[in-house]
Design a protein around this ligand. Structure first.
Ligand code: AMP
Ligand code: MG
Length: 423
């Protein structure tokens, strides 16, 4: 009798798979932005997400000042033709303003950052004057209003300088500090609990004492996940390795959902082991198992356990990273209150052929570089199997090939997610 074959991840095309975009839409519904906010000191707020816009309490620069070393004058003293001699009546340094009014026929020696003295509006750079004892001579070439930075030129008082929903960068912290704002309102730090599943998964802690017994694999997913979570700036709670039993899975999920806003697991969701996992999930909350039209990372579990959002990622180490980047990272960013949640996709020219079957998204490991003609180009890393973490380590980007895309020929443009800032 002929073998009756079931659909598998290896099939080039399989009907009834969930498109990536639809999975993302469902996830977005499950994971609303956190509403809890707290005040934190500006100097320790890097990586936190602004919950309220920052409005400038000041003009920046606060006062009109000189952009160059030279002489502050009034434009009325610039001669129509020939030269004009001006009395140098004082000096003005950054932080040490000249306190008096400057009259017609007078100039003040001024240095970069010095506040423009009352009565002046133009700086003649020192290279363009002739110094004559206590006087300077200027000529008709001097341009009015030059070499000054106007008050409020960079930022006006009351202006929005940073929008809510932004993750604070080094430049942002400097900007906020420059406005004299010592405290900011940010969303509460998100707690994300994560664990590995699998009877065959051996903890790295046991590498020295036990080594690797037959049939076991060292746990890598938990360590990758910890790094990815830390890079996002969340509080990462490591719940270890969970055995492939109903009770262990149930307990792990319950504990995780009680202490975290988001729970991420790896492994245990493929057809072979889904039974008890499904049961454990269903006793705790509303979790859906999806077969997604993508590669790697076809199976994904997602749902809610109490208030916590849950993501059950596949076990294969590359699939863990890809599904994390495609689904979990944007969801966590959204939950953190960030407005921009998707990885930045940039176009690159394929420098080698890439085989691809239409009907599913593919996330291939790529190496991007700059070609001799200055364009961004990308090629696949060697072997692409979902279990080969080394391919992820060699890669510096993911090549994102859309569902409709067929095989990519040399010279075609593809989209890549650079790992810089992503991992
Ligand atoms: P699973 O989805 O649980 O069937 O796992 C798929 C594959 O990924 C198996 O070969 C597992 O041994 C491997 N795997 C699962 N979890 C881990 C982990 N935490 N670290 C490394 N490999 C894993
Ligand atoms: Mg497993």
């Amino acid at each position: 009798m002929a073998i009756e074959k079931q659909p598998s991840c290896d099939d080039p095309a399989e009907p009834a798979l969930l498109p990536v975009a639809e999975a993302k839409r469902r996830i977005a519904e499950l994971v609303p932005a956190l509403q809890d906010v707290e005040n934190v000191n500006t100097v320790v707020s890097a990586g936190r997400v602004l919950a309220r816009a920052i409005l400038s309490p000041l003009n920046v620069p606060a006062a009109t000042n000189s952009a160059m070393d030279g002489y502050a004058i009034s434009h009325g003293d610039i001669p129509q033709s020939g030269e004009q001699s001006l009395d140098v009546v004082g000096e003005c340094y950054a932080g040490r303003p000249y306190p008096h009014k400057v009259n017609p026929g007078e100039a003040v020696r001024i240095f970069t950052g010095g506040v423009m003295p009352h009565g002046t509006d133009t700086v003649v750079i020192q290279e363009h004057v002739a110094v004559d004892g206590g006087k300077v001579r200027i000529d008709h070439d001097v341009q009015a209003m030059r070499n000054v930075r106007l008050a409020g030129e960079d930022i006006k008082q009351g202006e929005t300088v940073l929008e809510a929903g932004r993750k604070l960068s080094a430049a942002d912290i400097g900007l906020i500090a420059s406005l004299g704002i010592s405290e900011v309102v940010v969303t509460r730090r998100l707690k994300v609990a994560f664990f590995s599943t699998g009877d065959e998964v051996q903890s790295l802690d046991k590498a020295i004492t036990e080594g690797l017994p037959d049939g076991m694999v060292y746990d890598s997913n938990r360590h990758t996940l910890r790094c990815l979570l830390q890079a996002l700036g969340v509080e990462a709670i490591d719940l270890g390795i969970v055995k492939d039993t109903f009770d262990d899975t149930y307990q792990a999920l319950k504990t995780a959902s009680e202490q975290a806003d988001v729970v991420v697991s790896s492994g245990g969701i493929s057809a072979g082991d889904a039974d008890y996992v499904t049961k454990a999930f269903h006793q705790l909350g509303d979790v859906a198992f999806w077969k997604i039209a993508m590669r790697p990372g076809r199976p994904l579990a997602s749902g809610k356990i109490g208030e916590a959002a849950f993501f059950g990622l596949p076990g294969n180490p590359v699939a863990v990273m890809v599904t994390f980047l495609a689904f979990v990272q944007p969801a966590i960013k959204r939950r953190m209150g960030m407005l921009s949640t998707e990885p930045m996709a940039i176009p690159a020219r394929a420098s080698a052929r890439m085989k691809k079957t239409p009907g599913r998204m593919e996330y291939q490991r790529g190496i991007m570089s700059v070609s001799d003609d200055g364009a961004v180009q990308v090629a696949l890393t060697g072997k692409q199997g979902a279990g080969r973490l080394s391919s992820m380590s060699v890669a510096n980007c993911l090549i994102v090939l859309s569902e409709q895309q067929g095989t990519v020929e040399v010279g075609d443009t593809v989209s890549v997610w650079p790992f810089d800032g992503l991992l």
